[in-house]
Design a protein around this ligand. Structure first.
Ligand code: AOF
Ligand code: ZN
Length: 349
């Protein structure tokens, strides 16, 4: 096993926190001494001990840390937050080497953790190979806004449904499972008014525990007569309504309405940035997706393509998008999921 192998084990640990650590990063750690793995750990959920501390708690004896190496997917912290600085703990226990997967883009740590360790004679090596574990966290601190992912399922002729306001089931089970995971990778999910009315979605992750559900956001032009019987309101995880007219009645505690004359994609992204939301999944419909594309506010695109011709006058994935808004995506990857194809592409500017 080399450094990269141990780091991959730490990455596996980090992913165990999927969906539960917002707005903290997913972090994993593995402690190694004389070629033996002594302990593993990860950041279980927001507010709980950091990965390093979790791994240390699994050592048979604290003295085992003396002269050991710890592999951590993120630079150890140097600040007093909800817990004391991990860097200090590593120094105090006598670790001789710390191998990190990436520096921390969060300015409260940002390099200070590494400095603290090296100042005390601990060898620090940065493998720079774990950025994808916290794609949105990294994006948020570097770009100062949430990472926006656009997701849709479409037919071979680029349609998302048949004509009219029908909900058309396109993707198979595997693609559906995958889209549930995509929800877990995002801190918030947004749909437009038509999707909300036609699909009556719950926007929850079926398999997840309540407290790890993403924030659900709907755009409703006029919320004065909002129907609280919609499925969205049948589970009490937070819902935000972005509207030009507040409801005329009291909302349940888990529902919050934000009022503005116009909720353009830029205004939505500004609100989310201000509220510290690191990632947003736009799940339709066609007009909302077009608006995000037109505004250039799509960082990642996930399309599930079903080998089916629909024809007729069903909506395209981005209805109403003029060709003046051509947006080129890069680094496409494809994956087969049952009878569907998943296409992922990015915008890197
Ligand atoms: C984590 N888990 O394993 C590591 C983190 O609010 P606090 O005190 O929990 O601190 C959160 C910050 O700590 C986080 O943004 C990141 O900069 C740093 N490292 N955080 O939640 C961990 N190692
Ligand atoms: Zn820490």
């Amino acid at each position: 096993m080399n450094d990269q192998d141990y780091m991959q084990l730490a990455v596996t640990e980090a992913w165990k926190g999927l969906g539960a650590t917002w707005t903290n990063p997913r972090v994993g750690a593995v402690i190694v001494k004389d070629g033996r793995i002594l302990a593993r750990g990860y950041h279980h959920r927001f507010g709980e001990p950091h990965a390093e501390i979790d791994a240390i708690s699994h050592l048979n004896s604290l003295t085992d840390a003396k002269g050991a190496t710890i592999y951590v997917t993120l630079e150890p912290c140097s600040h007093y937050g909800k817990t004391p600085p991990c860097a200090d703990r590593l120094v105090a226990l006598g670790f001789s080497r710390v191998v990190i997967g990436q520096a921390d883009p969060n300015p409260i740590v940002g390099g200070k953790g590494i400095d603290r360790l090296t100042k005390h004679g601990v060898v620090v090596d940065n493998l720079d190979d774990t950025e994808m574990v916290n794609e949105a966290y990294n994006f948020y601190y570097r770009r100062k806004r949430p990472m926006v992912t656009l997701k849709y399922a479409m037919s071979l002729d680029g349609k998302i449904n048949q004509a009219g306001n029908n909900r058309t089931r396109l993707s198979g089970d595997e693609a559906w499972q995958d889209s549930q995971r995509l929800r877990q990778l995002n801190q918030a999910i947004l749909v437009g008014e038509r999707t909300y009315r036609v699909d009556d979605p719950r926007l929850t992750i079926r398999s997840a525990r309540d407290e790890t559900q993403p924030l659900r956001i709907i755009l409703i032009r006029d919320a004065r007569h909002l129907d609280l019987n919609a499925k969205l309101f049948q589970s009490s995880e937070p819902v935000w309504i972005l509207t030009s007219h507040q409801p005329t009645f009291a909302l349940p505690e888990f529902v919050k309405a934000f009022e503005a004359p116009d909720w353009s994609p830029a205004a939505v992204v500004k609100l989310l940035s201000d509220q510290g939301i690191q990632s947003l999944l736009v799940e339709g419909g066609s007009h909302v997706q077009a608006a995000f594309v037109a505004a250039g506010l799509v960082d990642k695109l996930v399309a599930y393509i079903t080998p089916l011709m629909i024809g007729g006058t069903g909506l395209s994935a981005v209805t109403g998008l003029g060709n003046a808004h051509m947006l080129r995506f890069t680094s496409p990857t494809i994956q087969r999921l049952g009878d569907d194809i998943k296409l992922t592409a990015r915008r890197d500017d």
